[in-house]
Design a protein around this ligand. Structure first.
Ligand code: 2AM
Length: 501
């Protein structure tokens, strides 16, 4: 009976609210992600109350996409809240920034202690930390959730990364895990950690996505310019790679992009301008890496590679004036080199994820968060843009050793990188010799070699700092004791204060 009423009165939330408190959750923000999440929740048996700043969009949604569903369109925020079961759950899918604060300010007077506000937008984790504390002071619960998978993911199963007030989790778990992507029967959604942990993890996810995409671009560049392969040949290689260790959504779509022909029968990819855009989440990851002092070099290089690509006019001018090696063509065995590229990509990818998890670990330490690392790998395993078989291996590494300090020290990954090493070095060396840029492959290898070095040349650096700035240094056999040397004989013996940024 209830269902029939809602079918006939689908937009008239005012009348329904007088009779029933039937809404399981309210969702504010009817752009693409919001609409698709509502329909996904509806498919899983939840009654969703829909609202939007521009209320006419609610009406449109109810008449079109939500027609014939259990979704209830709210006429106002008051009406929306009056339709909800308690504790009330209100999810925001609005533009990150001021819009979230504005909606929270409007919601607070309408809600009660114990009610839950969920932000599913792309908010900065620092904002989520702040909002979590502000709402806790008012007795309300706040969840900041990463949502990944684009339009299709939102509709049929996204990767969800919720964090915030832990008391909120039992109240949102059922909805979240029901609508999320699944790997086998396991939901790609689990509790990430306190405060802005969910948004932090989503930010790192996006940074890793930048890295994965750049690695694929470098493999494509080498196959195209160094091996002179056709797009169909490259597509076949990606198809082959997608059956092994590299099986992933991004390899799969890259294969399909390579095969795609425009209406004139020509490859579309070749016609696309080589200037990359960005919305900032890769940059935020790199900024966090600098802030926490973690060498997340691959993601940073991926961001810089986009920046360099965007300087197209300057590059075209420079290309006329600055010459590199006489040829970019490889003269050795083509098939063997394709396999080398695959291993260079795989090894670099292992480094990139190792760096990403290092950042998560350090942020968790600094912010006093307990992060569920294995759970994070599983959340990324399906539903999101970086979904891959590889993340299943990462999950296993954390299952074996939940406090694993670095992925590169896990037995499986140690073995895999060993398997790749010769090829990886050959690819980077060849690219350098032929003048084809591979910033991500190269920085990954440099990190790898640095990480496995018991001794680095930073002793020289410390000596230089002490020489010109009296910054002091420690001796190998007496760590912790900072000393200064009068290197020139005419400098003073007074050292500057020791501090670490
Ligand atoms: P709108 O349809 O009224 O523009 C994605 O842009 C979503 O965020 C939309 O639902 C949009 O509402 C909402 N949004 C964008 N800026 C907003 C703001 N300043 N205040 C409230 N909602 C906003």
């Amino acid at each position: 009976m209830c269902f029939l009423m809602m079918e006939t009165l689908s937009f008239d939330g005012d009348i329904i609210s007088l009779i029933y408190k039937i809404g399981d959750i309210a969702l504010i923000g009817l752009a693409v992600m919001g609409q698709n999440l509502i329909l996904n929740m509806n498919d899983h048996g939840f009654t969703v109350v829909a609202f939007n700043r521009t209320v006419s969009k609610v009406e449109e949604f109810m008449k079109n996409e939500a027609k014939g569903t259990k979704v209830i369109g709210a006429t106002s925020m008051e009406n929306m809240v009056s339709l909800l079961k308690k504790p009330r759950r209100v999810m925001l899918l609005v533009k990150a920034g001021q819009a979230v604060d504005d909606f929270i300010a409007k919601l607070v007077p309408l809600l009660e202690k114990g009610d839950i506000i969920i932000d599913g937008g792309n908010s900065e984790y620092g904002d989520t930390n702040r909002r979590c504390k502000e709402l806790a002071a008012k007795g309300m619960l706040y969840v900041g959730s990463g949502v990944s998978g684009g339009e299709d993911g939102a509709r049929y199963g996204p990767s969800l990364m919720p964090g915030g007030s832990p008391e909120a989790w039992p109240h949102v778990k059922d909805i979240f895990q029901s609508i999320s992507a699944k790997v086998g029967k396991e939901p790609c959604c689990d509790w990430v950690g306190p405060e802005g942990a969910g948004h932090f993890v989503k930010m790192v996810h996006n940074g890793i996505e930048y890295g994965d995409m750049q690695l694929i671009c470098e493999a494509y560049h080498l196959m195209k310019d160094v091996l002179g392969m056709t797009q169909d040949e490259m597509a076949d290689v990606f198809d082959d790679w997608n059956k092994g260790e590299l099986e992933s959504f991004l390899i799969e779509i890259s294969r399909d992009i390579l095969r795609f022909k425009d209406s004139d029968g020509k490859y579309l990819l070749d016609k696309i301008r080589d200037t990359a855009g960005q919305k900032g989440t890769g940059k935020w990851t790199a900024i966090s890496a600098l802030e926490y002092g973690v060498p997340v070099s691959l993601i940073a290089e991926a961001v810089f590679a986009r920046c360099l690509s965007a300087m197209q006019g300057e590059r075209i001018e420079a290309s006329k004036q600055i010459k590199g090696p006489a040829t970019t063509k490889y003269t050795g065995d083509k098939k063997e080199f394709i396999n080398d590229i695959k291993y260079a990509l795989y090894a670099s990818k292992i480094v990139s994820y190792a760096q990403g998890f290092m950042l998560l670990r350090e942020a968790a330490k600094e912010l006093n968060w307990k992060l569920n690392m294995g759970g994070i790998a599983l959340m990324w395993r399906g539903g999101c843009i970086i979904r891959s078989v590889f993340l299943g291996n990462i999950k296993q590494a954390f299952d074996k050793k939940p406090d694993l300090s670095n992925l590169l020290l896990d037995d499986f990954f140690k073995g895999e990188i060993q398997k790749c090493q010769t090829s990886w070095r050959k690819v980077v060396a060849t690219a350098v010799t032929l003048g084809v840029p591979t910033p991500a492959f190269s920085t990954a290898l440099a990190f790898f070699d640095g990480y496995r070095s018991a001794r680095l040349p930073a002793n020289m650096l410390q000596a230089q700092r002490d020489y010109f700035g009296a910054h002091t240094y420690e001796l190998l056999d007496n760590p912790g004791k900072f000393i200064h040397t009068n290197w020139t004989g005419h400098g003073g013996n007074v050292s500057s204060t020791t501090y670490q940024v």
